[in-house]
Design a protein around this ligand. Structure first.
Ligand code: AMP
Length: 223
């Protein structure tokens, strides 16, 4: 059984889709919440590992908790890390879960917009950087959800959004254009915690890393 070697650790997990994929991964390392998070309104939970507590928050808040050290470790999508700025913490492990792509999309068959392109996204920093690299003049418009509506409502020519199967885009008359980045969930670590709580943090990273390696090895077909 893992122990935190006397160093209390707080881990911040992203609620929703990532949480549903990260819980089985934690279970493989032997970590369980002492309560069912689905039946509780609590936001922070004790675990069966002494000294390890797990908080469950919005993905966009995970980097903030970890940067400022309220959480020592976090699990969050690469999209949100790219948007937040990636120098604020260490990113030692790709969990390979909640895979998707960050893409540009436009109405099916729409002609290329002339002049400045209006782009709606939750990911305004990523979008600004990407289109600047492409040398394209854009006006970036921040939305917090239901991005797929923006083109048909005349707010934007294109959107930048997360795409998995592409069903959401298709259902709204949109088609994917370019892939900006391949996304998966990453483990991030507070910089001070990496030093001050080295034994506990590196023990946890090792356990998680072993699960990821085992999973990827079991996917390799045996010839
Ligand atoms: P899909 O219709 O399968 O392309 O899924 C697209 C929608 O599901 C997006 O608008 C996202 O909000 C959400 N989504 C899909 N995959 C992920 C993921 N790995 N992480 C977060 N959101 C996702």
């Amino acid at each position: 059984m893992m122990d935190m070697t006397g160093q209390p650790i707080v881990m911040a997990l992203t609620k929703g889709r990532i949480l549903e994929e990260v819980m089985p991964l934690l279970a493989e390392t032997g970590i369980h919440l002492l309560e069912d998070h689905k039946k509780s309104r609590k936001l922070i939970f004790d675990t069966n590992v002494a000294g390890l507590r797990i908080m469950i928050v919005r993905g966009s808040d995970v980097p903030t908790y970890v940067e400022f050290g309220s959480a020592d470790i976090g699990v969050v999508g690469k999209d949100l890390l790219m948007e937040y700025g990636e120098d604020a913490f260490y990113e030692p492990l790709d969990l390979g879960i909640a895979r998707c792509r960050l893409m540009t999309a436009a109405p099916v068959g729409a002609p290329a917009p002339r002049g400045r392109v209006k782009v709606a996204s939750k990911f305004v920093n990523i979008a600004r950087r990407y289109f600047a690299e492409q040398g394209l003049q854009t006006d970036i418009i921040k939305l917090n959800g239901a991005l797929e509506l923006a083109p048909s409502m005349g707010l934007a020519d294109w959107i930048v959004d997360i795409v998995d199967s592409g069903n959401t885009l298709r259902a709204n008359g949109l088609e994917p254009l370019q892939t900006i980045a391949h996304i998966s969930s990453r483990v991030i670590v507070n910089k001070a915690s990496m030093k001050m709580k080295h034994n506990a943090v590196s023990g946890l990273l090792k356990e998680l890393g072993d699960v990821v390696v085992n999973r990827s090895e079991s996917r390799v077909p045996i010839s």
